[in-house]
Design a protein around this ligand. Sequence first.
Ligand SMILES: *Cc1c(COP(=O)(O)O)cnc(C)c1O
Length: 376
Amino acid sequence: MKIPFNKPYFAGKEIQNIVNAAYWGHISGNGVFTQQCHDFFEERYGFQKCFLTTSCTDAFEMAVMLMDLQAGDEVILPSFTFVSTANPFLLKGAKIVFADSMENHPNIDLGKVEALINEKTKVLVVMHYGGMAVDMDKAVELAEKHKLILLEDTAHAIDSFYKGKPLGSFGDFAAFSFHETKNVSAGEGGMLAINNNKYIERAEIIWEKGTNRAAFSRGEIKKYEWVDVGASFLPSDIIAGVLFAQLENIDDIQRKRIAIWERYYQGLKHLEEKGLVKLPRLPEYATNNGHLFYLQADNRKQRDEMLNFLNNNRVHAVFHYLPLHSSPFYTPQHDGRALTNADRFAETILRLPFFYELPLDIIDMICEKVAEFYHS
Ligand SMILES: *Cc1c(COP(=O)(O)O)cnc(C)c1O
């Protein structure tokens, strides 16, 4: 049997929570479990206001609706990321200006961002790759200096920190994912965290299809009405129940995943010392949250050969992110700047199997396979 790349993990109380939601008679959105999930994030990480969504992509769309962008407004975001970081802005007719990765890290190179800012620039998006923090002092400083809205793509970054402060608490907005490949999962799911008061009241309305139903549910108004634009962003309380079962076990999940990450690192260090591979470099201001493990080959050819070798040896390894600026969809619209670091990470990164139940001795075996590739 092949070692899968990912395997969903169930912490224990997921099914019981689904049964409870049904028993309580409220399985649509914004029920008991949704509230518990919101409280969890607001209390544990200090996010000002949280809204569960059906995906991280949806959390992005909700954030973009709140930003009130005009056609022609510009958004700066990294090329080395997932399409969901970019797509929602295009729905509003905004123009995307892609930024390169750092020389020695897949995260956005903030040192090169200022040159991309002009009077049309409205938003700066950062994505914490592998849950490893972007330099948020610098990101916040840039956003404040140029009056930009700051959005953190925290799809990888649950329970991770920058100089001790939780990722997702810096941006005006942060978008989380609970897709089955993420640390904490509801199958599909996401959340928008908002840390700027001026967006919160309207967010509640947009979240509920443009109505003031949330205020109505709290008994604050007598009837609920159509008061703004909106969409259906809230997930069923069944989904929230699954998510809450995971959140209650987050410390155990994180401990386990960080141990997996460390095991890979220790098992592959000798290859890095021999100059054969590059392992992830954790910036001194960042924490590792055990989201994913990658290594870097010398070049694309070697990476692709290693991918083949591992997959032929029953290890499901994968590449990561084709840079968005050179995608079939966006190439004709990109301004032509070469983004060589993003290209290089896309060509050389190889991701190894990573999931809660991955046994440590299997990790050792995978590390041996990688070593075998280099010795063959
Ligand atoms: C997974 C992911 C998303 C999208 O998450 P969904 O919940 O599947 O919409 C967005 N950005 C990044 C960086 C991701 O890895």
